[in-house]
Design a protein around this ligand. Structure first.
Ligand SMILES: NC(=O)c1ccc[n+]([C@@H]2O[C@H](COP(=O)([O-])OP(=O)(O)OC[C@H]3O[C@@H](n4cnc5c(N)ncnc54)[C@H](OP(=O)(O)O)[C@@H]3O)[C@@H](O)[C@H]2O)c1
Length: 209
């Protein structure tokens, strides 16, 4: 599978690391092409790099960006993302207060992204896995659980297959509207870090399944 990753930060590196571990090809795109180049070199294998306006060539396109930049970037790519499975990993926390989420009403970041990308299929995944544990692929010797929400069965299956090939466990979290609950869970994990010792090395795990 080919995976396009937009962004070069913590999550881009983590997902890229898992992708290469799973034997996938990675394309890294960033507004600063030098950063894309550096991450692609670090990831190794046959990873490639390019500027933000290059066409994403992956079967999956991971938006490894904060929510508001993600909205900007999908606006720039527009129809260039048609037909793609777009993986939304954002936790759209209101950074003005760090006490709530940005999408209004009962919507979610993933649903807002899907509304703006009618020709693409959006899948919510990886927003509840912190970058450090995701890079390692495990916490305390246990593979991470990646909760996956989507309306389209084929797109969900593609992301599930990617997750499992990367040495992680995929769990079906239901339709895309469950992204609202997933984003709340991602926010909760961030909000609990102080109480948990600020290691940013934690994960949520479903037991008994
Ligand atoms: N970190 C975690 O543990 C974690 C866990 C779960 C989910 N998430 C979610 O994952 C997403 C990425 O988090 P992160 O920790 O990887 O962030 P990060 O390390 O700060 O990386 C953010 C990336 O976004 C790019 N960017 C910022 N503004 C942009 C713009 N206006 N246009 C284009 N690119 C822009 C940055 O590019 P430059 O390098 O050029 O500045 C950088 O590559 C967020 O939505 C976050 O909520 C994070």
């Amino acid at each position: 599978m080919k995976i396009s990753i937009i962004g070069t930060g913590n999550m881009a590196r983590a997902i890229g690391t898992r992708a290469v571990a799973g034997g996938h090809s990675v394309q890294v795109l960033n507004r600063d092409p030098a950063k894309a180049d550096a991450l692609a070199k670090d990831l190794g294998a046959d990873s490639t790099a390019g500027p933000l306006d290059d066409a994403p060539s992956g079967d999956l396109v991971v938006l490894a960006l904060y929510y508001e930049p993600a909205l900007e970037v999908i606006g720039q790519h527009g129809a260039g993302l048609d037909g793609k499975v777009v993986v939304d990993i954002t936790n759209p926390v209101d950074t003005a207060t760090f006490d709530g989420m940005l999408p209004a009403g009962d919507s979610s970041g993933a649903q807002e992204i899907q509304k703006r990308l009618p020709g693409s299929t959006v899948v919510k995944a990886f927003n509840t896995t912190l970058a450090g544990p995701l890079t390692a692929g495990e916490v305390d010797g246990q593979p991470l659980d990646v909760l996956v929400a989507a309306d389209d069965a084929d797109a969900k299956a593609a992301v599930t297959s990617f997750v499992e090939s990367a040495g992680l466990r995929a769990l079906d979290a239901g339709p895309l509207r469950r992204a609202r609950e997933l984003e709340a869970l991602g926010f909760l994990q961030m909000a609990m870090q102080g109480a948990l010792g600020n290691t940013w090395g934690t994960t949520f795990k479903v037991l008994g399944a």
